[in-house]
Design a protein around this ligand. Structure first.
Ligand code: GLC
Length: 809
């Protein structure tokens, strides 16, 4: 532990800024190219390329003159089809500048110093790279100017508030068991994308460098600084003008999540570790007896024999296949942990095969890099090699043959129990014939492991969707895995911090994320578990996980009151599953987050610029968790418009703060006027839910909150929840749109796509908060109206492909 000695006068160093003194110097010429231009300069060149309209790549070449030889390849973060058809553009030159212009943005490079301004077509300055400097080791510093109005978001998985102004972060995937406090600069994920926003303008800056980099929004009063220690300085400017455009543009570049299997959206239960087959089965039975929904149970490291990957301990888990089959009958799936460290053990099959084929990472002298992790001295697969990734992926047949459909990738920074906490930076990765050092690609290791796992599971699941959970990642990780935020603690502060952390992950392209509910380390309390489960039930990824030494925190661990609250809120997640699934589908198509900070939906409202103790699920359900002990009131900010209390139906005018009363059993929840909220009866698992829906008795309800004016719409998504058939069109997309005028509401239900069986059963539509008592519903003989609740109920026998109802006063 550090003591005050850490700040004794002789230890305090000058905070000297060493940005380096080399620059490109003045421009000496220009080369045009089919995607842009290369500015030639005294000490190198600067390639400016259009990826798509609004996304411009800028890459610095130190000492290189440009032309055909420039290496414009990208890392795996950038999807292959990111560069679409070349948008039309023009390159021009005057005495002082080179200009590349599309119908959206203008990129201006100053000849005198190669600084770059990004402007919109009205000439408004959007971003300004005012200097690029490097030192003798070619560590590069980019100086960017920004206005005093700017707020910063994104940057992946970081502690602290939503707005990153005044902060400095390091991108270096790190295993941090020490408490996650605001001053921690690096955690498990490194997603080097900064999202800058000020009134009327937004842009993203993605530095595609998987080595050690820094984002410093603190040191310069008039902007921010981005630094890279190794590799190339290769950044992408992503134009808004709206925040949503930035997220969409960034995910067009780095990809979007594929639709997860529905079971992965259910409630997950974990513990380090459930120690035996009997314990796991007993746990599953307890969930079912107590009627607490659950879809997944995790196996942490104790399921393995001596922590060797791709093994089961024969004593603790004598018949995993039978266990898995029995759990599946209960609607519960198993997700085992798989770490990258392979025990250095001549009797271990995985080690023997990997070593014989040269699949493990090696030092410069050709000897494998060996470091201690859970199994003792271990070696690490070199996932930069396609053949190794394929081998590793195929090893997952061990699991799929037992009926397992998901894997939990942990320790993949990679974490090593040595001085540097990771692999030696001079370890060499083969990289398919273009060797790189570990230092250059450290932040890619976890992503490449999850990619290999996802693709391997995909190959062996015969058309079912795989699920991968990962701790480490880099930009683009959303294509392969969900992310949990690592070893948090059972602290109220960590519950609160999970909101900005997951919200910023969402703005950084990672829509499927969540913390360990209840906290991993330290000891949970009943009150904390109740409050955290309320919040976690609406997070994209919903798993309760805790550490070996901590007191138990399964939903029933703290007596009947807390158990009932957990049952109620986990149940709420299952009741809202049709909404959650539709929001996930939207996210997989648009890249927009599943849960959103209010600033994403209300970017012009200054009250929400750093608001991160409330969030939206999709765009229309607002959650305001209680995250302090002994608290049963809190202030909630409702943005402009009309809102309804989800629990009482009370109508509330927005654009103001309200005081919510929230005793322990209640988490404040609000619905925006105009929202369509699909829901269903609670099921014990998503398997039970979809089986029920498919029968004649299956009921789906749609609460339609009349807006009293504005036209609104919602896209409801259905498919089989399990296979990749949706990619070939096996899904239904139904659009609900509501428009209102005095004395008349028009509801349109349109089938935008019908590729999945439309089941029989009932759709119950409840039009809530009608501003008039209806006399007639055109197009329908039977309907009910409740004077008191002002609710019009319509029951429709399915299947329904489309219809139009006009409700008149
Ligand atoms: C790491 C993980 C944690 C896991 C433990 C044992 O600390 O972050 O979730 O339980 O390792 O595998």
């Amino acid at each position: 532990m550090l003591t005050s000695e850490a700040i004794s006068p002789d230890k305090v160093q000058e905070n000297a800024r060493s940005y380096g003194s080399h620059t490109l110097g003045g421009a000496t010429g220009l080369l045009k190219d089919e995607r842009g231009m290369t500015v030639l300069a005294e000490n190198g060149s600067l390639a400016v390329r259009l990826v798509r309209n609004g996304t411009v790549r800028v890459k610095l070449f130190i000492g290189e003159a440009g032309g055909e030889t420039l290496d414009l390849s990208s890392t795996v973060a950038v999807v292959e089809d990111a560069a679409g058809a070349v948008p039309s553009f023009a390159v021009s030159e005057d005495g002082t500048t080179y200009v590349l212009e599309t119908d959206l943005v203008r990129v201006v490079v100053e000849k005198k110093d190669c600084s770059v301004r990004f402007a919109d077509l009205s000439g408004g300055l959007v971003a300004h790279q005012r200097g690029l400097l490097w030192n003798e080791n070619k560590a590069v510093t980019g100086l960017f100017a920004a206005s005093s109005q700017v707020h910063y978001y994104g940057l992946g998985e970081k502690t602290g508030s939503l707005d990153k102004r005044g902060e400095r972060y390091e991108m270096w995937n790190s295993d941090v068991y020490a408490p996650h406090v605001p001053e921690i600069e690096a955690l498990y994920q490194s997603i080097p994308v900064l999202v800058a926003h000020e009134p009327g303008a937004a842009y993203g800056l993605f530095l595609d460098n998987p080595g050690r980099t820094f984002f410093d929004m603190r040191s310069e009063s008039d902007g921010y600084v981005i630094q890279s220690e190794t590799g190339s300085f290769d950044y992408y400017f992503i134009y808004g003008p709206r925040l949503k455009d930035v997220v969409t543009g960034y995910t067009a570049l780095t990809g979007r999540m594929e639709l997860p299997p529905q079971w992965a959206l259910g409630y997950h239960q974990s513990r380090y570790s459930y120690m035996s087959q009997d314990e796991v089965l007993e746990l599953a039975r307890t969930f079912r007896e107590k009627r607490i929904p659950c879809d997944v149970i995790y196996l942490d490291i104790h399921y393995m024999e001596g922590y060797r990957v791709f093994t089961f301990d024969p004593e603790r888990f004598p018949d995993p296949k039978a266990m898995i089959a029995e759990l599946k009958r209960m609607g519960i799936r198993i997700v085992p942990i798989v770490d990258p460290g392979v025990k250095l053990d001549l009797n271990d099959e995985v080690f023997k095969e990997g070593a014989a084929k040269g699949y493990f990472c090696r030092k410069q002298d050709g000897e494998p890099f060996v470091g201690p992790v859970w199994p003792g001295q271990s070696v690490f697969p070199d996932f930069t090699e396609d053949r190794v990734a394929e081998w590793w992926g195929d090893l997952h047949r061990f699991y799929t043959e037992m009926g397992i459909e998901g894997a939990w990738n942990d320790m993949n920074e990679p974490a090593v129990f040595n001085e540097t906490k990771t692999m030696d930076t001079d370890t060499v990765h083969g990289n398919n014939g273009s060797p790189v050092t570990h230092g250059e690609i450290h932040n890619l290791y976890g992503l490449l492991m999850s990619k290999a796992t996802y693709e391997g599971l995909g190959r062996h699941l015969e058309g079912n969707r795989p699920f991968v959970l990962t701790r480490a990642g880099y930009a683009g990780i959303q294509r392969y895995a969900a992310v949990w935020t690592g070893d948090n603690r059972s602290f109220w502060e960590h519950m609160a911090m999970a909101m900005p952390m997951v919200l910023n992950l969402g703005l950084s392209g990672v829509a499927f994320a969540g913390p360990d509910i209840g906290g991993f380390a330290h000891h949970c309390s009943g009150e904390l578990l109740a409050r955290w489960t309320q919040m976690g039930a609406l997070f994209p990824y919903c798993r309760n996980h805790s550490e070996l030494r901590s007191i138990r925190q399964e939903p029933w661990s703290f007596g009947p009151e807390v158990e009932a609250i957990c049952r109620e809120y986990i149940g709420l997640r299952y009741r809202l599953m049709p909404l959650i699934y539709s929001v996930f589908r939207e996210s997989s198509v648009s890249g927009l987050p599943v849960i959103r900070p209010l600033v994403l939906e209300y970017p012009d409202d200054p009250n929400v610029a750093n608001l991160c103790d409330q969030f939206l699920l999709g765009s229309q359900l607002l959650a305001a968790p209680i995250y302090r002990p002994g608290t049963d009131h809190r202030s909630v900010y409702l943005p402009e418009g009309v809102w309804y209390d989800y629990w009482t139906g009370e109508k509330l005018e927005g654009g103001r703060h309200v005081l919510a009363h929230a005793p322990l059993e209640k988490m404040p929840l609000y619905v925006k006027a105009g929202a369509v909220i699909p829901h269903t009866a609670v099921a014990q698992s998503t398997a039970e839910w979809s089986a029920e829906l498919a029968t004649d008795a299956g009921e789906l309800s749609f609460d339609i909150y009349c807006s009293g004016g504005a036209a609104t719409a919602f896209e409801f998504y259905e498919d089989d929840g399990l296979t990749t058939g949706y990619k070939k069109g096996a899904y239904n997309l139904t659009r609900f749109s509501v428009s209102e005028e005095a004395g008349k509401v028009e509801l349109n239900v349109e089938a935008l796509h019908s590729g999945h069986e439309r089941y029989a059963g009932t759709w119950r539509l409840a039009l809530k908060q009608l501003s008039f008592a209806p006399r007639a519903v055109e197009g329908l003989a039977e309907w009910r109206y409740d004077e008191q609740s002002k609710e019009l109920t319509i029951e429709l026998a399915r299947p329904i492909a489309g219809m139009k109802l006009v409700i008149r006063s």
